[in-house]
Design a protein around this ligand. Structure first.
Ligand SMILES: Cc1cc2nc3c(=O)[nH]c(=O)nc-3n(C[C@H](O)[C@H](O)[C@H](O)COP(=O)(O)OP(=O)(O)OC[C@H]3O[C@@H](n4cnc5c(N)ncnc54)[C@H](O)[C@@H]3O)c2cc1C
Length: 385
């Protein structure tokens, strides 16, 4: 099912297609901008990111003054589709661009906007999000990392965890407790900090796949100027909610990745012969592939509902939780289907990594249980459990 794309979006598609044909080189194609990035690949990806930024193809929804195109949601959909179609890596800074920048635009001072947005766009500065702590994940407002005012500075002590790109990051959007006596949502502030500040210790975390995708960050008497404050003192919860709502707005395009995996599995099945027979004649494999295909199309359909809402100017709502839950379940289904189709080959290489990695989809960006609670309360109108 496809919604109709307006003619302007189709015209933009042709523009993007032409530009990618001219500029996407084999060296860049297919490089992963996630996980362990080899130093040589990082240089190539930085160059690619810079090129995208010069063409204003990085964060097209951003206002023109910051290097965007003030583009609407349909152009954003088109750009994501076209980049995916040809295997072009996205920008290096997904968290900075999608989550942190909108908060800087909303709550930042003119100096903060001037200092941070353009280098973030060009990939010169990589950002991470320092929210979760060992005792504060779903219940984020329980965070304990402290920032104490001392003259013109804040002095920070504490620990963050699961910080995607933390070990590559130049800057961090950090949530800290500035008033321990206030109710827990009211004593939090948001700081923008330079990761090279003395007293910061970043330790990469190795995941089940062996990749180092995120880090834990320790703060010991880290001194940052008060100008690091983003938004008002003790109103960091408001800033954090803005950051997280931007994260959720991006999930409508999740079907692109999962449908590409399903297409890959169908191709694998077509090319394999097991016990002298083409795998595509095996009724169990056919049934599993058909189910995965249908679920992938369903993911696009629920994503389309969310995009239609955005195109009509509606703010992201509880339907984002439905999109996220469906995506998680389909990612798990694709991982199981890969085992049915590939047998032992599903344990190694990219399919093996995928089977392990998909476990994280039920946690990242809000856990399945927390999203089900949101659907129960806001969509079904059920009382708090
Ligand atoms: C791939 C990935 C990338 C991440 N990137 C970042 C990042 O860049 N920055 C950052 O700050 N954090 C990041 N995180 C952390 C992520 O935000 C947290 O893992 C998430 O919020 C859950 O917190 P937790 O791990 O502490 O689990 P907990 O909140 O302790 O949850 C444990 C279990 O209890 C369940 N649960 C919790 N509360 C409820 C409830 N009210 N009702 C029902 N069940 C409940 C959960 O669903 C889960 O099953 C990332 C996580 C992953 C997996």
């Amino acid at each position: 099912m496809d919604y109709r794309y307006p003619p302007e979006a189709e015209a933009f598609r042709q523009q993007v297609r032409g530009w990618l044909e001219e500029n996407l080189t084999d060296e860049v194609k297919g490089l992963d901008n996630r996980g362990d990035i080899e130093p040589d690949d990082l240089l190539i990806l930085k160059g690619w990111n810079k090129k995208l930024a010069e063409e204003r193809m990085v964060a097209i929804s951003w206002p023109e003054e910051f290097g965007g195109r003030a583009a609407g949601v349909m152009d954003q959909v088109v750009l994501a589709e076209e980049m995916h179609r040809v295997g072009a890596p996205g920008p290096l800074n997904p968290i900075g661009l999608n989550n942190i920048a909108p908060s800087i635009m909303t709550y930042g001072t003119e100096e903060q906007k001037e200092q941070y947005l353009k280098p973030m766009l060009s990939g010169e500065h990589i950002w991470c999000q320092g929210f979760s702590e060992p005792e504060a994940g779903s219940d984020l407002a329980s965070l304990r990392t402290r920032a104490v005012e001392d003259g013109d500075d804040f002095v920070i002590n504490g620990q963050k965890v699961w910080n995607t790109l933390g070990h590559y990051a130049d800057y961090c959007e950090l949530l800290v407790r500035t008033d321990p006596d206030a109710p827990k949502h009211a004593g939090i502030s948001c700081l923008l900090i330079d990761m090279k500040t003395p007293g910061i210790d970043v330790r990469p975390l190795t995941t089940m796949t062996g990749a180092k995708e995120f880090a834990e960050i320790f703060f010991e008497d880290v001194r940052v100027p008060k100008s690091a404050l983003l938004g008002p003192l003790n109103q960091g919860w408001m800033v954090a909610m803005n950051t997280l709502s931007n994260e959720r707005a991006g999930i409508a395009n999740l079907h692109l990745g999962v449908r590409r995996k399903i297409a890959g599995l169908i191709d694998e099945a077509k090319s394999r012969v097991v016990d002298g027979k083409p795998l595509t004649e095996n009724p169990v494999v056919r049934s599993r592939l058909a189910k995965a295909y249908m679920m992938g199309e369903m993911q696009k359909a629920v994503g389309d509902v969310s995009i239609a809402g955005a195109a009509n100017g509606e703010p992201p709502g509880a339907e984002s939780s439905i999109v996220k839950i469906c995506w998680t379940e389909i990612e798990h289904l694709v991982a199981e289907t890969s085992a049915a189709v590939l047998g032992a080959d599903a344990l190694t290489d990219r399919w093996g990594d995928n089977r392990l990695y998909t476990r994280a989809t039920s946690i990242a960006g809000g856990t399945t249980q927390v999203n089900r609670n949101i659907v129960a309360r806001r969509v079904l109108g059920l009382p708090k459990g």
